[in-house]
Design a protein around this ligand. Structure first.
Ligand code: 4AD
Ligand code: MG
Length: 478
């Protein structure tokens, strides 16, 4: 049985023979000694391998290059060098996989994140990306744990669907029709009756509508799945394929929904801090290093761990959309005409406005609720003013919108009116209306963009660097 480096680094020295396997990060040798820094992904830390060159073949030693994969047999001994308590004194080293130093692209120096995106198949082997993806895993686990502990049920909603839950028309089509020669109907339009599912289908933009059906029987449910959006926005916060967590709770109103979202975010961020301290510390130092050469105004005001602690400790500010517009109208950048996009009741907030509220005005996460009905999805509950809906967006420093949610319209008549207003054919979503026909009840939910959460926790500033193989416009390599 081989040992994991994470375990070895916590072990006492011993005469027992151990085996460790991993990839060389760096190595150096002289007449008297060979040093290898080996990493196996179990921790950000490497274990130092020490070997006596007299005991090993010269040819073998020449293959100890960055990126090569080794199996090392030896004993865990006290380290003579500083920086580690223990190291492995090797008695046998087997090269499992060589890495030609003239060709292997990941060298022991700082590579740019842009370069590493082109090497996405190998970037797992860097400190930065191994840290990010260990944190991604830990957050996944934390999310399932949070909901499981609270008695929620995870449901798997379909990836292929016939409905556009968000009504934004940003969907990727799924078809087996011959694109060169599609069958046509009497109106000379493509005849989707002859397609695989005998109807038009797409990749899902949200599991919410199906989650609502689950909540109206199981009470508290959540989805955690891939989501696809064909919006052509090439920003650092948008991916065409991303993961979304969507809890849905029967009998929760919009205030309960806000409480749940705030508690949930704080709890999973705390879990990551408690369980990924080494990785977060590494990423924090990396960020501080990067910011050394930046202008003061481009640097973060707080270190990564301070930002995380801050979000855990502070109550989120809660305001209405109408208040947000008033605050923006009173703001310096508005008066000095510094905003690029209009600030007007009825128009959606742009990212510059969201950032002003979070980073300048409140310096704290902000929940904005009660948006104008016209700019939000059809399923949101109409407020008594007949103008706004019980929507909520949670805005985070440096990220902008991280959560979007609402109390759902549970009244059949209101929903039917909305369908007419938004031109949604009722027969297509009659299954959705059935939950309002039979045993309807107040219910609420929200969607958390998983990658945006990971960006916040890791401090990475581009969504392409927190998902292993990003899908963005013009890019589906790997
Ligand atoms: O605000 P959105 O569109 O809400 C929904 O989809 C609802 N059905 C959620 C619900 O109530 N169950 O998306 C929710 C979150 C956003 O706040 C954002 O964090 C993330 O999903 N998101 C994206 N993340 C990465 N890339 C994109 N293109 C994203 N679009 C939305
Ligand atoms: Mg939204």
């Amino acid at each position: 049985m081989s040992s994991k480096i994470a375990d070895l680094l916590k072990s006492e020295v011993s005469d027992k023979e151990i085996i460790v396997r991993g990839w060389i990060r760096t190595s150096r040798d002289n007449k008297n000694v060979v040093f290898i820094n080996l990493n196996d992904g179990s921790t950000i830390k490497n274990i130092q391998i020490v070997a006596d060159p007299a005991e090993f073949d010269k040819d073998l030693i020449s293959k100890f290059c960055t990126g090569a994969c080794l199996e090392v047999h030896g004993k865990l001994v006290q380290s003579a060098g500083s920086g580690q308590a223990v190291e492995v004194q090797a008695s046998k080293i087997i090269i499992l996989g060589e890495a030609d130093p003239n060709k292997y692209p990941i060298q022991p120096k700082r590579h740019s994140l842009e370069f590493l995106r082109e090497q996405a198949h190998l970037r797992f082997r860097t400190n930065t990306f191994s840290a990010v993806f260990r944190i991604r895993h830990t957050l996944t686990f934390a999310i399932h744990k949070y909901f499981n502990d609270k008695g929620f049920f995870n449901i798997h909603t379909p990836i292929i669907t016939g409905s556009d839950a968000e009504g934004a028309g940003e969907m990727f089509r799924v078809t087996t029709l011959d694109l060169k020669n599609p069958p046509l109907n009497d109106e000379n339009e493509i005849d989707f009756k002859q397609d695989f599912f005998a109807k038009e289908t797409n990749l899902t933009v949200s599991g919410q509508l199906e989650a609502e059906l689950g909540a109206m029987a199981l009470g508290q449910v959540y989805t955690f799945g891939p989501t696809f959006r064909a919006e052509n926005s090439n920003t650092s916060r948008h991916a065409s394929e991303f993961w979304m967590i969507e809890p849905e709770v029967a009998f929760n109103d919009i205030n309960d929904n806000q409480d749940l979202a705030e508690d949930f975010l704080k709890s999973v961020i705390k879990y990551a801090m408690d369980n990924c301290a080494d990785d977060i510390e590494f990423l924090q130092n990396r960020e501080l290093d990067e910011e050394k050469n930046m202008k003061k105004e481009d640097r973060h005001e707080m270190k990564l761990t301070e930002r995380l602690d801050f979000v855990i400790d502070q109550p989120f500010v809660r305001i209405t959309y109408t208040e947000a517009i008033r605050i923006l109208h009173d703001s310096k950048p508005y008066k000095k005409k510094k905003f690029q996009f209009p600030v007007e009741w009825g128009v959606d907030l742009a990212s510059e406005h969201e950032r002003y509220l979070v980073e300048k005005k409140f310096k704290c996460p902000v929940i904005v609720c009660d948006y104008p009905a016209k700019i939000k999805a059809f399923y949101m509950r109409l407020n008594d003013d007949n103008k706004t809906v019980a929507a909520m967006d949670i805005l985070f420093p440096g990220i902008g919108e991280i959560v979007g949610g609402s109390q759902r319209e549970e009244r059949l008549e209101n929903l039917e009116n909305k369908f007419k207003e938004f031109n949604i054919p009722e027969d297509e979503l009659s299954w959705y209306l059935d939950t309002r026909r039979y045993g309807t009840a107040v219910h609420s939910g929200f969607g958390l963009g998983f990658e945006r959460l990971i960006m916040f926790v890791t401090g990475m500033s581009n969504i392409r660097d927190v998902i292993p193989f990003p899908r963005t416009p013009q890019n589906a390599h790997f």
